[in-house]
Design a protein around this ligand. Structure first.
Ligand SMILES: C[S@@+](CC[C@H](N)C(=O)[O-])C[C@H]1O[C@@H](n2cnc3c(N)ncnc32)[C@H](O)[C@@H]1O
Length: 332
C-alpha cells in the first residue's frame, strides 16, 4: 500500500523539478526553449551554461512538462508555450515572483509595486490585465447569468453597469454580451484601457462601453446611477483603509434596488486556515507592499456600513479556487 502524499512529501518530491524550472528561467533557458528547438550543447554554448548541467536540467524539464525532446533537440512544450501566451504577464513574471520569495523573507521587499503609484500600477497592469482576463471568462459568464435572474433582475430593459478597475473588462463585458441593453462604464488607468477597448470591439459591444480613464479613488462617480457596480479582484490590492473607502465609493454609485458585486479571494484572518489562500497571500506580498486578503466578515461589515443589505454569495464554479462573488443590494 502506498502512503498518502503529505504536503511536506510533495515539497521534497517536487523540489527538483520546481527549482529546475526556476533555474532555467534565471539562466534564460526557458526563453530560449520558447524561441527555438536546439540540442542541449547548442543551448549551453549560446547561453554560456555548463553543458552537463544544461542537459540534466533539460531532461528534468521534459519530465515536468515544460519541454519536449524530439530527434535530439529540446523545445518548449505546447503547455509552456500556451502559458507564455496567456498567463498574466507570461511565465517569466510568474516565475520571477516565485524566485523572489527567499528574498522577500529576508528583506520584506516585494519584487513589484503593483499597488504603487498610478504610473507603476498602469505599467504593470498593462502587462497582466489581458492575461487575468483569460482566467475568468467562464466565471464571468456564470456571474452574468446569475445577475440576469432573480433576485437581481438585471435582464430587464436598459441597465447601467460600472466596472471599477475593469482590467480586460472580463466581468462587465460578459454582462454586456449577455444583456443587449446593458451599458458599461469601465474605469481603469490609460494603458490598461487600450486592451479593454480592443476586447469590447472583439465582443461586438463597443458602442455600449465607455472607457473612463483615471483612478477609481478620484474619478467622478455620479451618485446612485448604476444598476450594477463591479469590484473585480480589486480589494486585495489595497490597504484595509483604502479597500473600505473604495467599497463606500462603489456603494454610493449603486441605484436603489441595484447591486454591488465584489469578486475576490477572501481570507480567514491572520492565521490563514486554507493552504491555497495561504500561498496566494504570500505570492501577493511578492508583488504588492500593502495588498492583503480580507475576510468575508470584514467585507460584509464594509458593505453594511455603506448602507447595503441582502449579502449573498454567487457560486462561480469556473473561477480559480477560493475566488468568491459577494453581492449586496442598496435598499429601495
Ligand atoms: C487585479 S486587476 C483586476 C482586473 C479585472 N477587474 C479582473 O478581475 O480581471 C486590478 C485592476 O485595477 C486597476 N487599478 C489599480 N489601481 C487602480 C486605480 N487606482 N484606479 C483605477 N484602476 C486601478 C489595474 O490597472 C488593474 O486593471
Amino acid at each position: 500500500m502506498t502512503k498518502p502524499a503529505t504536503a511536506l512529501a510533495e515539497v521534497f518530491d517536487q523540489g527538483i523539478p520546481v527549482l529546475a524550472v526556476l533555474g532555467a528561467q534565471r539562466a534564460g533557458l526557458l526563453a530560449a526553449l520558447l524561441e527555438r528547438a536546439a540540442t542541449a550543447e547548442e543551448f549551453a554554448t549560446d547561453l554560456k551554461l555548463d553543458p552537463l548541467a544544461t542537459r540534466l536540467t533539460l531532461n528534468v524539464l521534459v519530465h515536468s512538462g515544460a519541454a519536449v525532446h524530439t530527434d535530439g533537440r529540446y523545445q518548449a512544450s505546447p503547455e509552456l508555450a500556451e502559458r507564455a501566451r496567456n498567463a498574466p504577464g507570461g511565465v517569466e513574471l510568474h516565475l520571477n515572483l516565485f524566485d523572489h520569495l527567499p528574498e522577500l523573507l529576508l528583506s520584506g521587499k516585494p519584487l513589484l509595486s503593483m499597488d504603487g503609484t498610478l504610473e507603476e500600477r498602469g505599467r504593470h497592469y498593462a502587462q497582466v490585465a489581458q492575461g487575468l482576463g483569460h482566467m475568468y471568462p467562464g466565471a464571468a459568464a456564470e456571474l452574468a447569468e446569475a445577475l440576469e435572474g432573480e433576485p437581481y433582475g438585471m435582464g430587464d430593459g436598459a441597465r447601467s453597469v460600472l466596472d471599477l478597475g475593469a482590467g480586460s473588462g472580463v466581468w462587465s463585458l460578459a454582462v454586456a454580451t449577455r444583456m443587449p441593453e446593458a451599458r458599461v462604464t469601465a474605469v481603469d488607468l490609460p494603458p490598461v484601457l487600450e486592451g479593454l477597448r480592443h476586447n469590447a470591439a472583439e465582443a461586438g459591444v463597443e458602442t455600449r462601453v465607455t472607457a473612463l480613464e483615471g483612478s477609481y479613488f478620484d474619478v467622478e462617480l455620479p451618485a446612485a446611477a448604476h444598476d450594477l457596480v463591479i469590484l473585480g479582484n480589486i480589494l486585495h490590492l489595497e490597504t484595509a483603509g483604502d479597500a473600505e473607502r473604495l467599497v463606500h465609493r462603489a456603494a454610493a454609485a449603486v441605484k436603489p434596488g441595484g447591486t454591488l458585486a465584489v469578486i475576490d479571494i477572501l481570507g480567514s484572518g491572520p492565521y490563514e486556515t486554507n493552504p491555497v489562500r495561504a500561498q496566494y497571500a504570500l505570492f501577493l506580498a511578492a508583488r504588492t507592499s500593502s495588498g492583503a486578503m480580507y475576510s468575508r466578515a470584514e467585507v460584509t461589515d464594509w458593505l453594511t456600513e455603506a448602507g447595503l443589505t441582502r449579502m449573498r454569495t454567487v457560486e462561480l464554479p469556473s473561477a480559480p479556487p477560493h475566488f468568491t462573488c459577494l453581492t449586496a443590494v442598496r435598499p429601495r
